[in-house]
Design a protein around this ligand. Structure first.
Ligand code: DGL
Length: 275
């Protein structure tokens, strides 16, 4: 394949559901001429409550589907899959680059609040592996980290219940459980790609001085740098295409995903695939 044909291949992005669209949106803003191929593994969502072995198997199968379709770079737009399976996916994709979301998220938080106290809201699996704690402590040994599993927030985001009384009560309970007199957060890291959909609701409950951080724009910057330095940017002034694959529930995916992308999606825009 010629270089220009190879550079026309899409960036592959996957998550367990619609959450990774938060990362896709940031990549599209940063790299509007790139073709994008998104896969939401909605049939097996949530990943966050599953065992590492199952999560690794799902992530490997999602990656194989994107490889089959043809991609030039993989973004693991799921903190849970990044925490569990990044090395395995890098091996699978070699020599093509693979970018996860945990390190970019940790870097964004540490740059914004050096030596700060970070509360990480994430899935059970990401918390169990201490993925953010390790990533933050590597870059900033002076930082204090507390991690809190918030599984219900994944369901709220997938349902599109991102504001209102129910979302507020659930968020308040998680934040109350995560705080005590020894720990006052300077930043809240949205350590699950579903949670930026709840950003306003979380900010409304956290104190105004707490900074909410997500990995979307930092990840998009890493994607951009990686393609640029590898000579793999698409050479075109035409807006890139977007193809969306899901493993189940095209109608639900279109309803929630469309709201989030800020463009109407119909179920016909979502192609169902079987992994
Ligand atoms: N959006 C995913 C993450 O960033 C996981 C949600 C789930 O499937 O549990 O961790």
């Amino acid at each position: 394949m010629s270089d220009s044909k190879e550079n026309d291949l899409p960036i592959g992005i996957f998550d367990s559901g619609v959450g990774g669209l938060t990362v896709l949106k940031a990549i599209r803003a940063e790299l509007p001429y790139e073709n994008l191929l998104y896969l939401g593994d909605t049939a097996r969502l949530p990943y966050g409550t599953k065992s590492p072995a199952s999560i690794a198997r799902y992530a490997t199968q999602a990656t194989a589907e994107l490889q089959k379709q043809g991609i030039k770079l993989l973004v693991v737009a799921c903190n849970t899959a990044s925490a569990v399976a990044l090395d395995t996916l890098r091996e699978q994709m070699r020599p093509l680059p693979v970018i996860g979301v945990v390190e970019p998220g940790a870097t964004a938080a540490v740059s914004a609040r050096p030596g700060g106290s970070h509360l990480v809201l994430a899935t059970e699996a990401t918390v169990r592996l201490g993925a953010y704690r390790k990533a933050i402590e590597t870059v900033d040994p002076a930082a204090t980290v507390r991690e809190k599993a918030c599984e219900l927030l994944v369901a709220l985001a997938e349902e599109g219940w991102t504001d209102g009384d129910i979302a507020a009560r659930i968020i308040r309970r998680y934040l109350d459980e995560a705080s005590d007199s020894h720990f006052q957060a300077d930043s809240i890291i949205l350590g699950c790609t579903h949670f930026p959909l709840l950003k306003d609701a979380i900010q409304a409950i956290a104190s105004d001085r707490v900074l909410l951080v997500d990995s979307a724009s930092t990840t998009a910057a890493v994607v951009s740098n990686t393609l640029r330095s590898g000579g793999r940017l698409r050479d075109s002034d035409k807006a890139g295409s977007l193809r969306i694959l899901a493993t189940d529930g095209a109608t639900r995916f279109a309803r929630v995903g469309g709201q989030f992308l800020g463009q109407p999606l119909s179920y016909a825009d979502v192609e169902l695939v079987d992994l």
